[in-house]
Design a protein. Structure first.
Length: 149
């Protein structure tokens, strides 16, 4: 499993949370996090396009790509766990978290599906923690292991 994300983590508390969830998830699957730099043009659209090109360069033809988008399908944790189990069979799984300006149309077209964790907007660095926590929770659910609610 791979997570492609745009933007560097600056806050130590986020780095520590991500390291902790990576360690927990490693019991269940191999996880690679690819951190791509933010583009820094004054024009948002240029940033979105350049970041999209960098994202697409990390995706292979056989990858099953899930973009995290506010417009995506919402589901609860149990449904997400079942869904994750199904899509893991479709090819190497890649989650994509865009930068602060969002995802390019090219990345959205390459995506096999879009998932939303909420209609709220979150900082993309913090969202990495949310995604990792839900991935960990889904493995606990699928393995019938206890995990706090």
């Amino acid at each position: 499993m791979k997570i492609i994300c745009v933007g560097k983590l600056k806050e130590n508390y986020l780095k520590e949370a991500i390291e902790e969830y990576q360690k927990r998830i490693s019991r269940y699957t191999k996880l690679e996090i690819i951190e791509l730099p933010d583009a820094s043009f004054k024009e948002e659209e240029k940033n979105i396009i350049l970041e999209g090109e960098k994202i697409l360069s990390q995706i292979k033809e056989k990858d099953y790509v899930v973009t995290l988008e506010i417009e995506g399908k919402e589901m609860n944790s149990s449904t997400f766990a079942s869904h994750l189990e199904q899509i893991e069979l479709l090819g190497p799984l890649v989650f994509v978290i865009g930068g602060s300006n969002g995802l390019s149309d090219a990345v959205k077209r390459r995506s096999n599906e879009a998932i939303s964790f909420s209609k709220l907007t979150f900082p993309h660095q913090l969202f990495r923690v949310f995604l990792l926590e839900q991935l960990y929770r889904s493995y606990k659910i699928r393995n019938h292991e206890t995990y706090h609610k």
